[in-house]
Write a protein of this length. Structure first.
Length: 290
């Protein structure tokens, strides 16, 4: 009988998944699965790695995950959570999984603003709430509002706010409907930040199979005939509701970065800057209202 230990379980993951994933990915999946099931951290894993024997139920659970991974289901959906900017974030299949590259956007925002000041921040197309909650966690004096048109997203962002004991406002809002902004006072915000859908449908072949199969397409794709529409509609409203020298931050598609910069210049925004991510792509844009 095979011992229910870490060495044998890790070997099982490798044998079953090596034809689909890289060894680095398999090691990552394995640790996420074990940490989540056993409620371990990295220190616990090191302590138990040579001696721990899993119970029958833990052993079966951890082996059963392999079948779902073999179908390319994202590990974040399988275990129901991920980590974003030091916060534990719940993940559900109808809401986009927070991405590591989006942490770079949060970093940029925090480097540009006065974190000790009481700021009014709006996170549009919030999804899981990851951006706004990360900003609230670092800017505890600020008033943060999370908005999305999807009730699934609003429900999950509320759960994540509660999970992390962060007090934010959560509202239903469609960025393409100007009337949905009327609840705000003119010139009442210091920072708007958004990671809207931005992948053109013509680029669908560039997207990983597991993303296409499991993640919500409405949070990913825009029509090819007007790929900048989410940015245009947000920027028009930002001109009304941002304070003078208020910041507008976007996560963007690298192929449309220069076009978006030209669009914001035409609208009158100043101090526009495009930022390269760790993968060498034009991933983020910052602008200010004069």
């Amino acid at each position: 009988m095979v011992q229910h230990n870490i060495i044998n379980l890790k070997s099982y993951y490798k044998d079953q998944l090596s034809s689909i994933y890289s060894q680095r990915e398999i090691n990552s999946f394995f640790k996420i699965a074990v940490y989540n099931r056993m409620k371990w951290n990295s220190s616990d894993y090191i302590i138990h790695s040579n001696s721990h024997l899993f119970s029958d139920s833990d052993w079966m659970y951890l082996k059963d995950l392999v079948a779902r991974l073999s179908l390319r289901e994202p590990i974040q959906y399988i275990v129901g959570e991920t980590t974003f900017y030091g916060l534990k974030m719940l993940c559900k299949t109808n809401v986009l999984i927070p991405r590591p590259e989006t942490e770079e956007l949060v970093d940029w925002v925090l480097n540009e603003v006065n974190q000790k000041k009481e700021l009014n921040i709006l996170d549009l197309c919030t999804g899981s709430g990851c951006i706004g909650l990360a900003l609230k966690n670092s800017c505890s004096n600020s008033n943060v509002t999370l908005s999305d048109f999807s009730q699934h997203c609003l429900d999950l962002s509320e759960e994540n706010a509660s999970l992390n004991s962060l007090e934010v406002s959560i509202i239903k809002q469609n960025i393409h409907i100007p009337a949905d902004f009327y609840k705000f006072k003119i010139k009442s915000f210091d920072v708007w930040v958004s990671n809207p859908p931005y992948i053109p449908l013509s680029k669908i072949s560039d997207v990983d199979e597991n993303v296409l199969k499991y993640e919500p397409k409405e949070a990913l794709f825009v029509n090819d005939d007007d790929p900048l529409k989410p940015y245009l509609d947000i920027s028009i409203q930002a001109w009304i509701y941002l304070n003078n020298l208020g910041f507008l931050f976007f996560e963007i598609h690298h192929e449309y970065a220069d076009q978006l910069q030209d669009l914001l210049l035409e609208l009158g925004f100043i101090n526009i800057e495009i930022k390269i991510d760790l993968q060498g792509k034009k991933r983020m844009l910052k602008a200010q209202k004069p």
